[in-house]
Design a protein around this ligand. Structure first.
Ligand code: FAD
Length: 320
């Protein structure tokens, strides 16, 4: 049992970065193999090979696109039964956790969700979680295998380790249960043209200090100048100044970009829980005692409506 299965997530532009992160994490445990529900195009197989997938299991079954998460769970279970892996890694979004829970039940296996680290210890899988708003680190050994682990986005930097994958086709017949809920309509979200929050290397996030919906535009302007994603505190999303899917924190998204600029955000523990693993944190706040300065690498005490436009102008000037 040295193989590690990774469930591939794709978007309209190809394989998601989160899958490359999972393959990078999988290499810490054993030999990664990718489970792809859908067509194994040369482009997709090449991308998976670049991040170390020695085998790509291309699972096809009539109707996998029509139904919710169960077909992907059944695909993983089918491959896991064939290859007896050491672990199964899945992305930690709501969908991924749904799939992972079903896989664990069907394989009678131990599961750890929202892992920020995985390691091989005494031949078994140990997963690390950051819990209670980031105040505790929990390490859990999975005692019933294969270890099913969902891994948070950005917990691992995607690192290339090129190989040429073998492609194995797996034919699957979906169970009646998999056909239990059919997708009747799917409308792509209008693109903001900005990077996805979960995959961005730079994020500019605004808090209540922006003052109003119009005031939030200084956050968007700086993000656009930097080519960054836009994030927000819950105060902002609850006020309707920015959409809920931009909320970062305990009840929002968890991010860990290279650079996180927090403007007008006090740094409540529930917000920090979603961003404190960022590599470099820059805080702009007019209150020198704001808790966010306690975790900032660089703090600017000032009015964000003065500081951010000046920074935006400087970035634009340097980039022109
Ligand atoms: P505030 O705390 O009001 O801070 C505003 C800051 O802006 C202040 O520090 C102020 O000094 C500064 N400021 C004001 N004007 C300016 C200016 N002109 N220039 C510069 N600085 C200025 N919060 C989240 O963010 N994400 C979550 O996921 C989340 N989940 C939660 C879950 C639960 C169960 C609970 C109870 C709360 C949760 N919260 C969450 C809310 C959290 O507790 C805070 O209320 C929230 O994060 C505060 O948002 P804020 O920092 O934008 O606002």
């Amino acid at each position: 049992m040295t193989g590690v299965l990774v469930l591939v997530e794709t978007s309209t532009t190809g394989v998601r970065t989160s899958t490359f992160e999972l393959l990078t994490a999988a290499r810490r445990l054993g030999e990664p193999a990718a489970v792809l529900v859908g067509e194994a195009t040369d482009e997709v197989v090449g991308a998976l090979g670049r991040y170390g997938a020695s085998t790509v299991y291309a699972v096809s079954a009539a109707g996998t696109d029509e139904f919710l998460s169960v077909p992907r769970a059944e695909a993983l279970v089918e491959v896991a039964r064939r290859v007896s892996p050491l672990a199964v890694l899945v992305g930690s979004g709501p969908d991924g956790k749904d799939v992972a829970a079903r896989v664990a039940v069907r394989l009678d296996a131990g599961i750890v969700t929202d892992a920020v680290g995985v390691a091989l210890e005494d031949g078994g899988v140990v997963a690390t979680q950051s819990i209670v708003g980031g105040r505790f680190v929990a390490r859990s050994a999975v005692l019933r295998g294969p270890a099913v682990v969902t891994v948070r986005p950005n917990a691992f930097g995607a690192e290339e380790a090129p190989v040429t994958p073998a492609v194995e086709t797996v034919d699957l017949s979906l169970s009646e249960q998999a056909r239990g809920a059919r997708i009747v309509e799917s409308t792509p979200k209008a693109s903001s043209g900005r990077p996805e929050l979960g995959e961005a290397s730079v994020i500019v996030a605004g808090g209540r200090g922006v003052g109003s919906e119009d005031g939030f535009s200084v956050i968007e302007d700086l993000a656009d100048a930097l080519g960054a994603a836009v994030g927000a505190s819950r105060s902002v999303t609850d006020s309707g100044w920015a959409p809920h899917d931009l909320q970062i924190g305990q009840t929002g998204k968890t991010v860990a970009p290279e650079l996180y600029i927090a403007a007008g955000i006090s740094g409540a523990i529930q917000h920090r829980a979603g961003m404190q693993s960022s590599r470099t944190i820059v805080a702009v706040n007019k209150d020198p005692d704001a808790p966010i300065f306690g975790i900032a690498d660089l703090g600017v005490v000032g009015d964000l409506h003065t500081v951010l436009p000046a920074l935006t102008a400087l970035v634009r000037e340097r980039r022109s």
